[in-house]
Design a binder for this molecule. Sequence first.
Ligand SMILES: Cc1cc2nc3c(=O)[nH]c(=O)nc-3n(C[C@H](O)[C@H](O)[C@H](O)COP(=O)(O)OP(=O)(O)OC[C@H]3O[C@@H](n4cnc5c(N)ncnc54)[C@H](O)[C@@H]3O)c2cc1C
Length: 494
Amino acid sequence: MSTKAGYLKYDRVDGTVLKEEERTKDFQEFHLRLPFQQRREQAERCMNCGVPFCQNGTMIAGMASGCPLHNLVPEINTLVAHGRLEEAFRRLSMTHSFPEFTCRVCPALCEAACTCGVHDAPVATKENEKEVIEYAFEHGLVPDGKPKVRTGKKVAVIGSGPSGLAAANLLNRRGHEVTVYERKDRVGGLLRYGIPNMKLDKSVIDRRVGLMEEAGIRFLTGVDVGRDVPASALMEQYDSVILACGASNPRDIQVPGRDAEGIFFAVDFLGMVTKKLLDTDFAEYPKSLVEGKDVLVIGGGDTGNDCVGTCIRLGAKSVRQLEMMPQPPVDRLPSNPWPEWPRVLKVDYGQEEAIWKYGSDPRIYQTTVKEFVKDKKGHLKEAVLISLRSEKDEKSGRLRMIPVEGSEKKVKTSLVLIAAGFLGSEQYVTESFSVSTDARTNVKTEPGKYLTTRKGVYTAGDMHRGQSLVVWAIAEGQRAAREVDEDLMGYSNL
Ligand SMILES: Cc1cc2nc3c(=O)[nH]c(=O)nc-3n(C[C@H](O)[C@H](O)[C@H](O)COP(=O)(O)OP(=O)(O)OC[C@H]3O[C@@H](n4cnc5c(N)ncnc54)[C@H](O)[C@@H]3O)c2cc1C
C-alpha cells in the first residue's frame, strides 16, 4: 500500500482545467496543478498492487496496456504520497528521459491499466508525474547530463522529435559526441510543430533542449538530410547514424476537386499556426487562415481534435469533424475488458470547446468526403459528404466502410484540414541511406531491434513503428541509443 489505503478515502481529483470561454482566448496551457497536499492524497490512492499493470507496457489485442517506458509507477506514487519528490524524481529518471512532455500530452496508458480503475477512477498518475518533474525543474534537480569522459565516438541523429531527442540525450550522457540534424527551423519534431501550444507549451521543449546543448549536444536546424546533405557524407563523418525522421508522409483524400485552394494537411496547418505564434512571441495569431470560415476537419482522431481547438482559437464560424468509423460505445464492451486500452467515446478538449461554442459535438460519424466543390477562382466553397455503412470482410474479418449511394449532402466550407493519419517514412531519406522499408514504408529492423538493413544505421520512433505516441517515440529512442552504444563499445551501461 502506498501509505494509508488512500483509495478507500479519496476520490480521484484532477487539477483545475480552465473553462472553455477562458482558455479559448489564447494558446496557453490550461491544466493547472493541484495544491501539494491534495496531490499527495491522489498519490495515496495508488494500491501498489502485486502485479502493477500500469508499468507493464505490453501489447494486448494489438494495443499497448501500461507504460512502454516501464516507469516504476507504484514506487513513484508512494514517494509522492510521502512528499518525497526528489526521490520520486530520481525513480522517474531511471526509466524516462523527458517526463515533462508525457505528463502533458500522453493519453496515459498507465492510467488505463490501473487496478484502481477496475471499479473506480484510476490513480491520477499522469498529473502526479507532472508534479514530480516540475518540482525537479523548479528546484534545480534536473541534471544536464554532461559526461565526465568522452569516448571519441561520433553519432548523428537525423530528426529532433522525441525519439531523436531521447536517443541523443542518452548517447551524449554516455560520452559519445552527438549531432542532431533537423530540417525545420526549430527543434522538437511534432512536439514543436504538431501538438498545439495549449497542450504543450513550447518553452517546455526549449527548457530541455537548452540543457542538452549545455551538455554538449550539437543541434543543426534547417538541414534536410538526403537533400542538403547526402547520406554518404554523414556515413563518412560519423561512427553511427540514427534515423528518427518520423512518419511524416500524410495520408491524402483523393477525390474530385482536391486541387481547390483552401485544403491543407492538418500537420502543415498546425505547424504554420505554431510557427506564427513563436515567430511573433505570441503577439500575432494567424487569424486570416480561419476567421469567419466554415471549417471541415477530416479525421476524428487526436490530430483532428487539435485542429478543432486551434480553429476555435482562431475564430472559425463553424467546425465539423468527420470520422469514417462508427461512434465508439460510452462504456467498455465485454470484448474490450480491463486492462486493455479502452475503446470508448472520448470527448477531448477541442470537442468540449466546440460544444461550448457551437452547441454540439463537431463529430459526424460514418461519413467521408466524396467531392470538393470550387468556385470560379478555384477556391474551395463546398464539400459533398457521403455516409458510410460498415460491413465485415468475409476473408479478413475486418470492418470495411462502404459508401451509401444516395446519402450525399453538400456542406458549405472554405477550409478543409486533412487529419487522416500518416503513411510512413519519406522515400528520399530511406533511399539516400539505402535502408529497406516494409509494406507500410516503416524502416525495417529485426523485431525488437533498431539496426536497419545497413550496418551503422539505426532507426527509432514513428519512422520505425509507424505513426504512434510520444511515449513510444521516447522508449524507442532510448532503446535505439542502448543498441548503438553496445555496438560501439561492446557493452552498454545505459
Ligand atoms: C497533430 C499531432 C498531434 C499529436 N498529439 C499527440 C499527443 O497529444 N500525444 C502523443 O503521445 N502523441 C501525439 N502525436 C504523435 C506524436 O507526436 C508522434 O508519435 C511523435 O512525435 C513521434 O516522434 P518521432 O521522434 O518519431 O518523430 P517526429 O516527432 O515526427 O520528429 C521527426 C523529426 O524529423 C525531422 N526530419 C524528417 N526528415 C528529416 C530529414 N531528412 N533531415 C532532417 N530532419 C528530418 C522532422 O522535421 C521532424 O522534426 C501527435 C501527432 C500529431 C501529428
